[in-house]
Design a binder for this molecule. Structure first.
Ligand SMILES: [Zn+2]
Length: 95
């Protein structure tokens, strides 16, 4: 499992699982290599069948585990909603 996660094509960077997708239109640069995409955004994109807007769409991890990229753990939000949530906005609590 560790060997798979730490392969050339999939690495954990800054707590997020990054996937090597150089052909992706919104790939970002990590360690001097352009072509990485955060896996949770890819999962959401597959779920929606379209690319996410890099500025206006944030994918939040519901249980707080940034490596848990099951679709059930992901929630698409606006940056405003996400900031309110991450800064302790209790109104967004799902329980
Ligand atoms: Zn979040």
């Amino acid at each position: 499992m560790l060997n798979q996660t730490n392969s050339r094509n999939k690495q954990i960077k800054k707590g997020y699982i990054m996937v090597w997708q150089p052909q992706h239109p919104n790939a970002v640069t990590y360690a001097g290599e352009k072509g990485w995409v955060r896996e949770h955004r890819l999962v959401m994109e597959k779920h929606l069948g379209r690319y996410l807007n890099q500025v206006f769409e944030v994918v939040h991890h519901i249980n707080g585990d940034r490596t848990d990229n099951r679709i059930e753990n992901l929630k698409l939000m606006s940056p405003e909603e996400h900031t309110a949530l991450e800064s302790g906005g209790r109104k967004w609590k799902t329980k």
